[in-house]
Ligand binder design. Structure first.
Ligand code: DLL
Length: 416
């Protein structure tokens, strides 16, 4: 694998240096030339690139091939700033399909399966990525896109979907709607491929129980081409990185220093085979750990743990670092559904911190005394996990808006 990675990296660096002016400038500033990169071990000589660098060159600055060689674009949502447009040649689309096909096969998919794709289609990479992977496997592909839950369930039952692909929060919502409609016994799903947002092990267990499936994680970013950079196998202990196409490193997010295997830090990717939109040492801001421990599935590809959140997801509340994923873990451990909202504001120069949490139906119909007791137990568990106390507000079932794509968990009014 290292020999293949070296061979591909040398070519990728040369291609990028020759065709992408901002990379060439960055390398020149660091005094590095393509000839200095002769092995994968030389990677740390290269400068980093981050999302702001890509945004600054919107839309064409990082494109490495003439426009007439491109067949497709996808784009980031642009909710946190200017969009990034990613370009693809036909070979780029083929390699992306291949990566997503590996994810489907690892989840047990074959040409016999009916792959129900409820990720959004359009500029978002989820729908097109899993769609391409499913075609490559030869499965029957249902290009559902997100939304219209009633129609999703109708197709799922009528066409006997066996593999569901969507965000974990939409999978949880679909499970809820299927149970409400009394249709769980008509669902033929055996697996789900869920990603695009952070989700906890507790959430995995809930989805698996409610949909009666095995739930697999999948990871990727628009910048790297989309889903399929890494995927889970039946061991469900992290995602195998398609490292013949994407080389992964873990770095200290503060110093940029590369960290040894097993350390927690920011994951950085270098594409090895992309043509139209190559990436060298792209800082994802996702925090995770890499492991080369032997996997029972037989794959030897390095594994990345579930991302524990993003460096830019981290909330600083009254000086304390808080990740929304920590709150989700507490809620699910205490038997609440993963429907919650974190509301932050600033009053008299002090942060206010409220967590709204939906009760289960049983809890809601219980006596006020019991609800108050649950509320104070939840507060104690959150205080012990976070080191600070939020105001906990238990709300009625189904009052927090459901998401058809990536869930919105934080309303930070301090920024308004
Ligand atoms: O979310 C691509 C994707 C689509 C991945 C469908 C998986 C399935 P972006 O919208 O550019 O691309 O967002 C990328 O989403 O940096 C992570 O922070 C987060 N993310 C993606 N997959 C996971 C995952 C798509 N499995 C950003 N677990 C990334 C946790 C994830 N976070």
């Amino acid at each position: 694998m290292r020999a293949l990675q070296t061979e591909r990296l040398v070519k990728q660096v040369k291609h990028t240096y020759e065709n992408v002016v901002p990379y060439r400038k960055k390398m020149q500033e660091k005094g590095v030339e393509p000839g200095d990169i002769t092995s994968i071990d030389d990677l740390s000589k290269l400068p980093f690139v981050n999302k702001d660098d890509l945004r600054d060159e919107y839309p064409h600055g990082f494109r490495a091939v003439p426009l007439e060689d491109c067949v497709r674009i996808q784009s980031t949502s642009g909710t946190t700033g200017r969009r990034v447009v990613a370009f693809y040649t036909q070979a780029d689309v083929d390699l992306w399909d291949e990566c997503c096909a590996r994810a489907i096969v690892a989840a047990g998919g074959t040409k016999e399966d009916v792959v129900h794709v409820s990720y959004g289609y359009g500029l978002f990479t989820g729908g097109p990525g899993l769609n391409g992977g499913s075609h490559k496997v030869g499965s029957l592909t249902l290009p559902m896109s997100s939304g219209n839950t009633e129609r999703q369930i109708q197709f799922m039952t009528d066409l006997e979907s066996t593999i569901l692909c969507c965000t974990p929060s939409y999978a949880a919502f679909l499970a809820e709607a299927i149970h409400e409609a009394g249709l769980i016994d008509r669902i033929k799903l055996k697996a789900g491929i869920f990603g695009a947002e952070a989700w906890s092990e507790e959430m995995r267990r809930n989805i698996e129980k409610n949909l009666r499936i095995k739930a697999y994680d999948i990871y990727g970013l628009t910048e790297t081409s989309g889903p399929g950079v890494s995927f889970e196998c039946e061991e469900q202990t992290g995602m195998h990185v398609n490292e013949d196409h994407f080389f992964a490193e873990i770095i200290d997010p503060d110093t940029g220093e590369a960290l040894p295997e097993g350390s927690k830090g920011e994951i950085v990717f270098t594409s090895l085979t992309k043509q139209a939109f190559p990436l060298l040492r792209y800082r994802t801001r996702d925090i995770c750990v890499l492991s080369r421990k032997e996997c029972s599935c037989g794959r030897t590809l390095v594994k990345m743990a579930k991302p524990m959140g993003r460096t830019d997801d981290m909330l600083i509340i009254r000086g304390v670092n808080v990740f929304p994923s920590q709150i989700e873990t507490v809620l699910l451990n205490q038997g609440y559904p993963a429907n919650y909202l974190i509301i932050l504001d600033r009053v008299n120069f002090t942060d206010t911190f409220e967590v709204q949490v939906e009760m289960t139906e049983e809890m809601f119909s219980d006596e006020v005394k019991f609800i108050e007791k649950k509320e104070s137990e939840l507060l104690a568990a959150l205080r012990s996990m976070l080191g600070i106390s939020p105001a906990v507000k238990l709300v009625a079932p189904r009052t927090i808006a459901r998401s058809e794509g990536k869930a919105v968990r934080v309303v930070d009014k301090r920024k308004i």
